[in-house]
Design a protein around this ligand. Structure first.
Ligand code: SF4
Ligand code: FE
Length: 490
């Protein structure tokens, strides 16, 4: 740590304090947000990131690692994966944080970006004689020393999906360099679906697609502080989000934690030369995207931690309804569990089957990472259906917390909505609201639709699966056994 660097953030509370007073330009519901940390709609998303700091203190074996850059223990979200064990530990940590928060804890994009940038910056330097890798390592060491949150900004708004970046009617529909000097570059554009961006300290921008020579200005990767001049954040409006601001605690389902997505507009934002990790080397955009998605698609085991919570809620509501012993109920819980473990199995297998790249970083198995994410595009929906099945129709017809607290109506609601004698009506309501939150409400954003489209929509994985499938090799296996083209077949 140098004299100019603040001391590292250790606890969730210190992390919260680090986000205060930053003067970010944030819009929500058409208004400027004066302090995101104190905003009731935004705060639960900050709490979810804070959980990653607290887990590092509670379980350092799981959520920290020894940095290959500084030799110090660092949060695993800032750690370069040196081998399969590191990748597996990432997955185990992700599942645990899903269990603790019941939502998206937002730090995986940064973790997966640093691991992808490590090898790609190395490869560009080898091929082009640039100095990106050393710059990148210095940047990462700075993040590690401060224990800072890095957000990854990859997804451009993309305009006409049938056209390349340089063919768009408006050239700003993909982030691009609009000006250069010896000191750095200025970028313009917008990044959509930016998970946890306001809750980060730094953002790393990366191209979102493979690029050609004509797209050279779009081939840019680099890091800026979240506070950089020219950045505007427009907070996503999400299902039931204002319940955390204007509703009774009984209505919220998961009062403390949520995800966060925003659109970021870059109005000629300056990236100093020492924070640029790719500039114009368009041929490497594809490997950056592919390696990032390889890490990120098996990071979606986060959803199995959230799935554990949903299975727990479904089992508990079955108990509260008095039907826990019914064979079809038990079978539905088994179905939920086997689906959830299938996702985890493919994700963790991708990590176990890692290969080490020339830069020294470990990369998961591409096929299995894509299969993991592809399961994630379906399995949470299946679990959500089963959880709603077990919950019963009350999950969508339940009166509000204010009604339960009303002096006249409240006692009558408790009388008529009682079920199993060992479970209070209030606890039954809380479980139903949690299932609502995860399958229809605020955290369904992350558990369902984000599972579908995050880290690439289903077709993106099908393309990768087809590319890796190696049908020729499989055809040769089949032909050999069928006796085609062999002595036996003549
Ligand atoms: Fe991490 Fe999952 Fe959130 Fe992506 S969706 S940032 S993998 S918790
Ligand atoms: Fe995501």
């Amino acid at each position: 740590m140098t004299a100019t660097e603040p001391r590292p953030i250790r606890t969730g509370a210190e992390y919260l304090a680090s986000l205060r007073g930053r003067g970010l330009t944030v819009y929500y519901l058409g208004e400027l947000v004066s302090e995101p940390v104190d905003h009731p709609v935004i705060r639960p998303s900050i709490n979810a990131v804070a959980a990653s700091y607290d887990l590092a203190l509670a379980d350092p074996e799981l959520a920290t690692a020894t940095s290959t850059l500084t030799g110090q223990r660092v949060n695993r979200f800032l750690h370069l994966a040196a081998d399969a064990t590191d990748l597996v530990q990432q997955n185990r940590m992700q599942r645990r944080l899903g269990q603790l928060t019941g939502t998206c804890f937002q730090r995986c994009v940064g973790m997966d970006a640093i691991n992808a940038l490590h090898s790609v910056s190395y490869d560009i330097d080898q091929a082009c004689g640039t100095l990106y890798h050393r710059r990148f390592l210095e940047f990462l060491a700075m993040l590690q020393r401060g224990n800072l949150v890095l957000g990854g900004a990859m997804t451009d708004v993309k305009g006409d999906r049938g056209k390349a970046p340089h063919q768009q009617a408006d050239p700003d529909l993909y982030l691009r360099v609009v000006k250069r000097s010896a000191d750095g570059v200025w970028v313009r554009g917008a990044k959509a679906h930016q998970t946890g961006c306001l809750n980060s300290h730094w953002l790393v921008v990366m191209p979102t697609t493979r690029l050609t020579e004509e797209d050279r200005d779009y081939a840019i990767a680099g890091a800026v502080p979240v506070t950089a001049p020219g950045l505007t954040y427009i907070y996503g409006r999400q299902s039931c989000d204002t319940r955390s601001a204007d509703s009774d605690d009984l209505d919220q389902g998961n009062a403390n934690f949520s995800g966060q997505e925003a659109l970021i507009i870059f109005d000629d934002v300056f990236i100093p030369a020492e924070r640029v990790f790719l500039d114009g080397e368009f041929r490497f955009a594809a490997s950056l995207v592919e390696r990032f998605t390889c890490y990120h698609r098996r990071s979606y085991v986060c959803k199995t931690g959230v799935g554990d919570v949903l299975i727990g809620a479904a089992a508990a509501i079955a108990e509260a309804n008095g039907v826990a012993k019914a064979s079809h109920v038990r079978d539905k819980l088994v179905e939920m569990t086997h689906l959830n473990e299938t996702v985890y199995g493919t994700g963790i297998a991708a990590s176990h089957q890692a290969t080490t790249l020339a830069s020294g970083v470990a990369l998961p198995d591409e096929m299995l990472a894509n299969v993991c994410k592809h399961h994630v595009t379906e399995v949470p929906f299946l679990l959500g259906r089963l959880a709603q099945d077990l919950a019963g129709g009350l999950v969508v017809t339940l009166p509000s917390g204010a009604d339960f607290k009303h002096p006249d109506v409240g006692p009558r609601l408790r009388k008529y909505l009682q079920a199993h004698p060992d479970v209070s009506t209030e606890d039954r309501v809380r479980l139903l609201r949690l299932i609502e939150n995860m399958t229809l409400g605020r955290n369904a954003v992350g558990y369902l639709t984000e599972s579908l489209h995050g880290a690439g929509s289903p077709q993106a994985q099908r393309i990768q699966i087809e590319r890796s499938a190696d049908y020729e090799r499989k055809k040769a296996m089949a032909r050999r056994l069928a006796g085609i083209g062999t002595e036996a077949g003549r």
